[in-house]
Design a protein around this ligand. Sequence first.
Ligand SMILES: [Zn+2]
Length: 70
Amino acid sequence: MTAEDTTPVTGRSRCAGTPIPPAAALSREAYAGRACYACEKRLTTGAILVGRAVGRMGAHVLDCDAYACP
Ligand SMILES: [Zn+2]
């Protein structure tokens, strides 16, 4: 068996393949959509909208969009 994991996940970055953590676990920057939720890298152009991070604090819903680097 050849250990070859250089093949990109179909059309998505490694970060975009990372499961989205709960909203409460995101950094401030990631929560605001300014950083990748997976690697914390600051997003500039071509960020991928992967889905929603969901969370709730008391009566407040913390759901937010989760972006990953391209
Ligand atoms: Zn990333």
